[in-house]
Design a protein around this ligand. Structure first.
Ligand SMILES: *Cc1c(COP(=O)(O)O)cnc(C)c1O
Length: 426
């Protein structure tokens, strides 16, 4: 077959784009070369519906081993009893988990999307808001912190089956213990979606949800720095609360219900090439090198936040505990949309984001979200945050000045050339 130079040329262009720019999208990262190699490998050819040791296809003895490695390593990272590594993405992990414990029409309670929550936590445009009855809690207007009192009063009022915590644009640690307390009072389960901060939780840099939340879901490609995908975990397995039994009349464990909700509930064949890449990434997370990385992420985020505050930027909640920050740009007279656009002109990538109580639409927004996982992987330390923040500030303060934008772009490209990305790729 003829090599598809059209597509491979575009892939090359994407590599160059990643190399020359400053990547500040909080949900992005750069995987290791070996993680990418696994994803581009022969395991993509294999059908393996089912789970290690109990598949619906022959020839699974090797992929059984990679999948089992991924499971065992993930359990070791978080010191937990159960992990399912098959979800194709974070959204798929949430869909399967909800399917395993909810009936259509059940009430759920999650953080409002415009307050930092995620689409899969009950948004009306998502399955979670269509299949289930969504209710929301917010962050406080004054401090930008989760309004736990509101969460508690809503929980008592609507008696949800599931309370969801975890967020996409929230820079503070979460009080899982407090959420569990009200959940027990009203008979709800708690699910923590740690898609964003999972890598920091893995290294004990943020509170662990496992002791307090029955269910924990995550992506594998954000701070965990693995391939694009999802996982479902439980600190402790337990007997399913619905009295469901297997053919022998034994009561099924919750792990069994979750496995069934992933396959056959919401997915077909697992992506065994991606699962092999997950196994590699999880192995990397178990090393001291990754511990150093996770700590650097947290230090870089704090250094970045400080540099923004020094320039008069308003960070929601006035700082960060994790890897990201959400900035309200209203005192800088630029919208999130415009900011994202002009930063792009200077090869700085970030995403516009609604701020709590935003008066602009989701397409325009008053805010922008910055995260440091990707630039930390590139090799940046606290000292480099000054350059990055200065470049962002110069762009935003000269948004209509094409000359300045192109000058900053050259400086950014020059600056990034010291942080080599994928040298093996030529
Ligand atoms: C990113 C994210 C997800 C979804 O992950 P995808 O892999 O994009 O489906 C789910 N929940 C939260 C909180 C996220 O930030």
């Amino acid at each position: 077959m003829q090599r598809d130079t059209l597509v491979f040329d575009l892939i090359k262009q994407e590599l160059e784009r990643q190399r020359r720019g400053i990547e500040l999208i909080a949900s992005e990262n750069f995987t290791s070369l070996q993680v990418m190699q696994a994803m581009g490998g022969v395991m993509t050819n294999k059908y393996a519906e089912g789970y290690p040791g109990r598949r619906y296809y022959g020839g699974c003895e090797i992929v059984d081993q990679t999948e089992q490695l991924a499971i065992d390593r993930l359990k070791q990272i978080f010191n937990i009893e159960y992990a399912n590594v098959q979800p194709h993405s974070g959204a798929q992990a949430n869909a399967a988990l909800m399917l395993s414990i909810l009936q259509p029409g059940d009430a759920i309670l999650g953080l409002d999307l415009s307050m930092g929550g995620h689409l899969t936590h009950g948004s009306p445009v998502n399955f979670s808001g269509k299949l289930y009855r969504p209710h929301f809690y917010t962050v406080t207007k004054e401090k930008g912190l989760i309004d736990y009192e509101m969460l508690e009063s809503k929980a008592r009022e609507i008696k949800p089956k599931l309370i969801i915590c975890g967020a996409s644009a929230y820079s503070r640690d979460i009080d899982y213990k407090r959420i569990r307390k009200v959940a027990d009072e009203v008979g709800a389960f708690v699910m923590a979606d740690i898609a964003h901060p999972a890598g920091l939780i893995a290294k004990g840099l943020l509170s662990s949800p496992f002791e307090h939340c029955q269910f924990v879901t995550s992506t594998t490609h954000k701070t965990l720095r693995g391939p694009r995908g999802g996982v479902i975990m439980m600190g402790k397995d337990f007997e399913n609360p619905f009295g469901l039994k297997d053919v022998k009349g034994n009561i099924r464990m919750m792990s069994n219900l979750i496995d069934m909700a992933v396959f056959p509930g919401t997915q077909g064949g697992p992506l065994e090439h991606v699962i092999a890449a997950k196994a590699i990434a999880f192995g990397e997370i178990l090393t001291d090198e990754y511990t150093v990385y996770a700590k650097q992420v947290q230090s870089n985020a704090q250094a970045m936040a400080k540099a923004f505050v020094n320039r008069g930027y308003k960070i929601i909640s006035d700082g960060t505990d994790n890897h990201l920050m959400l900035i309200d740009l209203r005192n800088k007279n630029i919208s999130g949309k415009k900011a994202e656009q002009v930063l792009g002109h200077a090869d700085i990538t970030a995403n516009k984001n609604m701020v709590p109580y935003d008066d602009k639409s989701a397409f325009v927004t008053s805010g922008i979200r910055f995260g440091v996982p990707a630039i930390t992987t590139r090799g940046m330390k606290e000292d480099h945050m000054e350059f990055v923040v200065n470049a962002v500030d110069t762009v935003l303060m000269n948004a209509d000045d094409a000359n300045t934008l192109s000058k900053v772009k050259s400086q950014v490209n020059e600056f990034m050339s010291q942080f080599i990305l994928y040298p093996e790729l030529g």
